[in-house]
Ligand binder design. Structure first.
Ligand SMILES: [Zn+2]
Length: 215
């Protein structure tokens, strides 16, 4: 009799799992209609988005914020700009792909922007620094010494790779987890330079000066 009771319980377990929105499928639409000869490159770029979307979403996870799960990847016939993101649409220019077909990391950078979903994107150097930190530091796996480090006051404001290297140093040497905290502040519209002082006990400018002389 006891054995008979076990079976229905086992069958009930899957029904008891909470339904979470994260189970919604990721839908990436590739539009290469303007440049059909680049469709194969577009398929590789789409595969990168599918593979990295959950990883980037987890690295930038904020309570009660869901990553967009419908993304359009558009290859545009153009010789202007390299790549751009507007909302959940990533647009890449054909001339750049033709000259640099190996540059799939560009798509990773734009994917970060889709997931960041910052209301204002200001200050821009934080937005671009985080995108390049995830692209060059995490996706490409570049070492600290690879990142450019201009010897000037407030060099962190240069954004992109410069800020990315600074963030990598902060993560490894000073304040592990600071990128996630910056990300949450940016998402909530609560970023301020004071966040650096709160997390490390030193001001942003003091940290930059320290980074300048670090190994
Ligand atoms: Zn960008």
């Amino acid at each position: 009799m006891k054995q008979l009771l076990v079976l229905p319980l086992v069958l009930l377990i899957p029904l008891c799992r909470p339904v979470v929105a994260d189970d919604a499928p990721l839908h990436v639409e590739l539009d290469s209609s303007e440049v059909p000869h680049l469709t194969e490159w577009g398929e590789d770029a789409k595969a990168l988005v599918v593979r990295w979307h959950p990883r980037i979403s987890n690295l930038l996870a904020t309570k009660d914020v869901e990553s967009p799960r419908r993304i359009t990847l558009r290859l545009r016939k153009s010789d202007k700009r390299v790549g751009a993101t507007s909302g959940t649409t990533i647009t890449i220019s054909s001339s750049w792909i033709e000259k640099h077909p190996e540059d799939l990391g560009l798509v990773l950078h734009e994917l970060v922007h889709v997931i960041q979903s910052y209301p204002s994107g200001k200050p821009w150097w934080v937005t671009e620094g985080i995108a390049d930190y995830l692209r060059w530091g995490i996706y490409e796996g570049k070492e600290q010494k690879w990142f450019p480090r201009p010897k000037e006051k407030q060099g962190y404001k240069k954004g992109y790779r410069v800020t990315a290297g600074f963030l990598l140093w902060l993560e490894s040497d000073i304040a592990p987890g600071i990128v996630k905290k910056l990300n949450t502040a940016m998402r909530n519209g609560k970023y301020s330079d004071a966040l650096f002082k709160m997390e490390t006990g030193q001001s942003l400018d003091e940290l930059w000066d320290r980074y300048m002389v670090s190994k």
